[in-house]
Ligand binder design. Structure first.
Ligand code: CO
Ligand code: CO
Ligand code: CO
Length: 354
């Protein structure tokens, strides 16, 4: 195909038609994955590994020296939008997020690519350019990667980051009295389903796409001024799945004010129509035993709280006295942050105030 006449055809291709499931919905279920991992014996340098598999944290952390830790993570998935450049941006933003969720700075990234040979390779260039531009915005270098032929397009990054020990954040450090702040609305997975079904635009006017391409670094750069005790990003397990993991890891009760959880308006409408990704139900089944209701449960909202997010926001567990100043900083960055709950002493688990 010549460069000039290929353009029209490329624009007509719906990238999401080439994937059976989209984004984080394509992730293996947490129960099945846990089963698989239990059977495997992984090598670990116990002296130097600071964060490993045990608490389901966002990334692994390895001690390089007393002053510096290495953070390592990998994420990739099938198209969540039709525009290749936007898909690349979203996949990279999502992969880089796990470094931010640990309080770190990304330094080096590698592409992971699956690509069908029936598609024009200009599409792949656009995907990679999207990933490259987001990585540039993060300040990290993108230095190669690995590409295989595949039935479905797949893209993501393996990312290395650094963090000093005093800035490291895990999902197991939440303290009694902490205020929980969420930096992006939820419902992204539902919006992705709506894009795939053709109900929603697959361009920058879509609020979910604006959120998925927004790096989580803008929040993290303010952390050093405050007492932040725990952090995680909201991705495949949905808001409540990640909150359950934080409650388990920190051995605390987390109390959520369900009315305060910000949800993309259109996503709630689609959920009422029954357009919820299967992953939401899988997550609910996995984590339901950790939930306690205070008041009459809204089943639909509960399912939305388990909607698997692609490139979701950060959940920050901040000391109560610092929460309002941090919020002002986040608003100043144009981040739609919301206080959604707090950390209590009580019995480990998640209490939902309806
Ligand atoms: Co994560
Ligand atoms: Co991840
Ligand atoms: Co973390």
């Amino acid at each position: 195909m010549a460069d000039t006449d290929s353009v029209g055809e490329i624009n007509e291709i719906k990238l999401t038609d080439y994937s059976k499931t989209s984004g984080w919905a394509a992730k293996m279920g947490p129960d099945a994955l846990a089963q698989v991992l239990r059977r495997v014996d992984f090598p670990v340098d116990k002296e130097k590994l600071i964060v490993g598999l045990e608490n389901g944290d966002d990334a692994a952390v390895y001690k390089l020296s007393d002053e510096q830790y290495l953070i390592q993570t990998v994420d990739f998935f099938t198209p969540v939008v039709d525009d290749p450049y936007l898909f690349g941006q979203i996949a990279a933003t999502n992969a880089l997020s796990d470094i931010y969720a640990m309080g770190g700075t990304p330094i080096l990234a590698l592409n992971i690519v699956g690509f069908p040979n029936c598609l024009d390779n200009h599409i792949l260039s656009d995907i990679l350019q999207g990933g490259a531009d987001k990585t540039r915005e993060s300040g990290a270098s993108l230095v190669g990667g690995h590409t295989v032929e595949d039935d479905e397009p797949k893209y993501g990054l393996a990312v290395s980051g650094i963090v000093s020990p005093e800035n490291l954040l895990t999902n197991s450090g939440a303290k009694e009295g902490d205020v929980l702040i969420l930096t992006k609305k939820i419902g992204i997975g539902i919006m992705v389903s709506a894009i795939k079904a053709g109900f929603q635009k697959s361009d920058n006017s879509n609020p979910a796409i604006q959120m998925m391409t927004k790096l989580n670094n803008q929040a993290v750069k303010h952390f050093s001024k405050y007492q932040i005790n725990a952090c995680t990003d909201i991705t495949g397990f949905g808001l409540l799945g990640h909150i359950v993991e934080l409650a388990r890891g920190s051995n605390k009760e987390v109390e959520i004010e369900t009315a305060e959880v910000p949800i993309i308006k259109e996503a709630l409408n689609y959920a009422e129509m029954g357009l919820l990704p299967a992953g939401a139900y899988k997550n609910l089944r996995t984590f339901k035993d950790d939930l306690r209701d205070n008041g009459e449960r809204d089943q639909l909202k509960l399912e939305v709280f388990f909607d698997p997010q692609t490139s979701g926001g950060l959940l920050i567990s901040a000391a109560e006295e610092d929460a309002s100043d941090l919020l002002i900083d986040l608003y100043g960055e144009g981040i739609d942050a919301a206080v959604i709950g707090r950390v209590n002493k009580g019995k480990q688990g998640v209490k939902l105030n309806w």
